[in-house]
Write a protein that binds this ligand. Structure first.
Ligand code: SIN
Length: 319
């Protein structure tokens, strides 16, 4: 028999946010409500086979590596339960693309791990969280579904492709040219392409070892920074990062990943000191296509934020 129980893990965000006034969509406290409160606000979820737990109460702009590790450990444990159809993670929108990418690269998810979020706080006159949560639970229960995905705004997006492209609008996420995996129509999913499958990063074994060791051997996360190329850029930020002991730098380049000559020269100084440097694009969509013969390396389509996660994992795996 197909399992239908779903666990909802709360990590904070606007979806769990509370404002002083119902018409205030800006000045609110993210991560105030528990996962159970979010479920209680969705009448169609009443009586459903759901469990809730609140792992964190973060405004996701404050997301950190320790919370990622705790979330990863919890999801690994939950995905071992044969009675679960899938897991839903409620999250803030601001760094959702980083958490989704991190999980996609490090979590074997034969059953769906569905991230969801909201642009409006739970106290808004017309909050978007309840609909998104109901959709996320439906995705988590979909037979044959799997991988790390995002249910948001009536669409299901691949966790490794998603990016936040709007700071305020309800339709805040895009997967660009890739498009959605599925659309939600009247509570039913119309599948457009295959569920994502993750070739796990080698660093996943480091995370498993960290879970096993617990506090006895805390994971030493490498320091990876993002620097943006822009008109008038120079190398001083990179030189300061070298002095601060950075181990990896993502240069968010202009256009197709081009880098100001002065910044590029500083990046070469970093490379000469053994610091990994990769290029991304500061454009929202498209990433970096191809490379000139002398260009810094890139991870192709990844956003600068995703490239930072990939470099972090590369450095973790090499450590
Ligand atoms: C956050 O990312 O936690 C705040 C913003 C949001 O969820 O939309």
């Amino acid at each position: 028999m197909q399992a239908s129980r779903v666990v909802i893990v709360g990590t904070g965000g606007t979806i769990a946010g509370v404002a002083g006034r119902a018409d205030d969509l800006v000045d609110y406290r993210a991560g105030t409500l528990d996962a159970a409160d979010l479920v209680a606000a969705v009448p169609t979820l009443a009586g459903e086979l759901l469990e809730t737990e609140t792992l964190a109460r973060l405004d996701s702009s404050d997301m950190d590596h320790a919370t990622w590790l705790a979330l990863h450990a919890r999801l690994v444990a939950l995905l071992q339960r044969a009675d679960l159809a899938g897991v839903v993670v409620t999250h803030g929108t601001d760094t959702l693309e980083e958490t989704a990418y991190f999980l996609h690269r490090t979590l074997a998810a034969p059953r769906p791990v569905v991230l969801t979020a909201a642009m409006r706080p739970a106290t808004a006159l017309s909050p978007d969280g309840p609909r998104n949560l109901a959709d996320a639970v439906a995705v988590a229960r979909t037979p044959g579904a799997g991988g790390v995905v995002v249910a948001f705004g009536g669409r299901v997006l691949a966790g490794h492709e998603v990016r936040k492209v709007h700071g305020f609008a309800l339709d805040a996420f895009s997967t660009g040219d890739a498009g959605p995996i599925a659309v939600s129509e009247q509570g039913a999913l119309r599948l457009l392409r295959a569920w994502p499958q993750a070739p796990l990063h080698a660093a996943a074994t480091r995370l498993s070892a960290a879970h096993a060791a617990g506090a006895a051997a805390p994971l030493a996360w490498p320091r990876v920074d993002i620097v943006t190329s822009h008109a008038g850029a120079d190398g001083r930020v990179i030189d300061a990062l070298l002095a601060a002991g950075t181990q990896g730098i993502v240069v968010a380049g202009t256009g197709n990943g081009s880098v100001h000559a002065a910044l590029d020269a500083a990046a070469r100084r970093a490379l000469a000191r053994g610091v990994r440097v990769v290029r991304a694009s500061r454009c929202q969509l498209g990433g970096v296509v191809g490379a000139r013969a002398d260009a810094l390396p890139s991870y192709g389509v990844l956003t600068a934020a995703q490239a930072r996660v990939e470099l972090l994992l590369d450095l973790l795996a090499d450590a």
